[in-house]
Design a protein around this ligand. Structure first.
Ligand code: HXC
Length: 260
C-alpha cells in the first residue's frame, strides 16, 4: 500500500532487507499518530514475510525524527491521555523478532531518540544528534527515554540529558555506547544495509534466540538472564542450522543455513 508519512522499500540481495524511511518533510519527521500506525502496519508485514530477514529504520532529510508531534499533543489533557493510554502503540518495534537496525541520519530527539533505542543496533551519521528535550516542553520522556537511555549510557549521563534537555553529537553518542558506529552521511545507509545483509545471512531462528537473550539482559536479574541464555543456547541444538554450522566449520567450508 502507499503511506502518507513513511516510504517503504526492499533492498539488498534477494530484497531481504526491509527499509522504512520516516518521511514527513514539513515536520522533520515528527512522529504523529498516523505515522506510527503506518510504521506498525509495515512492521507487521515485514514480520510476517519470510523473505524479509532484517529491518532498517531511517529518516528522510536532515532528521531521523524530531520527536513525537508536539502540535498534535499540545491540546490533550490528562484524562484523555491516561484513559486512552496515549502512545501505547509505540512499542511495536520492540516486539519484532527480526533484527531491527536504526540508521540515525540527523535529529533523534524525544520520541525519535526513543524509537532509535527500541531498535537492536544504532548506526549514525556524523551529523546525527541525540537528546531528550521533553523537559523544555514541561513534560518527560514517555517511550523509554528514562529507562532505555539510562541502561544504555548510565545514570549520571542519562540524568544530565533528561534534566537539561541538552543534546549530544554522534561522536559523543558513540563514545558513551548509545551508538555502535558512526559514518559520513552518504555512507550511513549503504553501511547499515551491508550490516543488515551480513546479519540476515545467519539462521533466522538462531538470530531470534540471540536477540531475545540480549534484549532480556535489560530486564532480568543476572541469574535469570544467565538461566534464560543457557536454555536458549540449549535450544539452538534443536536446529539443523546449529548442526550445519559446526559441521561446516570442521569441513572448512561456509555454512549453508536453512532457517531450520
Ligand atoms: C511537530 C515539529 C517538531 C515536532 C519540528 N517540527 N519538530 N512539529 N513536532 N516534534 C516542525 C517545526 O514546527 C517546523 O514547522 C518544522 O518542523 C521545521 O522545524 P524548525 O524548528 O524550523 O527546524 P530547525 O530550526 O532546523 O530546528 C530543528 C529542531 C527543532 C532543533 C529539531 O525543530 C526542535 O527543537 N524540534 C522539537 C524537538 C523536540 O522538542 N522533540 C521532543 C518532542 S516531545 P513550521 O510549520 O513551523 O515550519 C516528545 C515526547 C515523546 O518526543 C513522548 C513519548 C513518545
Amino acid at each position: 500500500g502507499t503511506f502518507n508519512n513513511i516510504l517503504v522499500e526492499r533492498t539488498g540481495s534477494n530484497n531481504q532487507v526491509g527499509v522504512i524511511t520516516l518521511h514527513r518533510p514539513k515536520a522533520l519527521n515528527a512522529l504523529c499518530d498516523d505515522l506510527m500506525t503506518e510504521m506498525n502496519t509495515v512492521l507487521d508485514d515485514f514480520e510476517a514475510n519470510s523473505d524479509v530477514r532484517t529491518i532498517v529504520i531511517t529518516g528522510h532529510g536532515k532528521s531521523f525524527a524530531a520527536g513525537a508531534d508536539i502540535k498534535e499533543m499540545a491540546d490533550r489533557d490528562f484524562i484523555g491521555v491516561y484513559s486512552g493510554n496515549f502512545l501505547s502503540h509505540w512499542d511495536r518495534v520492540t516486539r519484532c523478532t527480526k533484527p531491527v537496525i536504526a540508521a540515525v541520519n540527523g535529529f533523534a530527539f524525544g520520541g525519535g531518540c526513543e524509537l532509535a533505542m527500541m531498535c537492536d543496533i544504532i548506526y549514525a551519521s556524523s551529523s546525527a544528534k541525540f537528546g531528550q528535550p521533553e523537559i523544555k516542553l514541561g513534560t518527560i520522556p514517555g517511550a523509554g527515554g528514562t529507562q532505555r537511555l539510562t541502561r544504555a549510557i548510565g545514570k549520571s549521563k542519562a540524568m544530565e540529558l533528561v534534566l537539561t534537555g541538552d543534546h549530544i553529537s554522534a561522536s559523543e553518542a558513540e563514545r558513551i555506547g548509545l551508538v555502535s558506529k558512526v559514518f559520513e552521511g552518504d555512507q550511513l545507509l549503504p553501511e547499515t544495509i551491508k550490516l543488515a545483509e551480513r546479519i540476515g545471512a545467519f539462521s533466522q531462528p538462531v538470530l531470534q534466540m540471540a536477540k531475545e537473550a540480549v534484549n532480556k539482559s535489560q530486564e532480568l536479574s543476572l541469574a535469570e538472564g544467565l538461566h534464560l541464555e543457557k536454555r536458549l543456547f540449549h535450544s539452538s541444538f534443536a536446529t539443523a542450522d546449529r548442526r550445519e554450522g559446526m559441521k561446516a566449520f570442521a569441513e572448512r567450508r561456509a555454512a549453508e543455513f536453512k532457517d531450520e
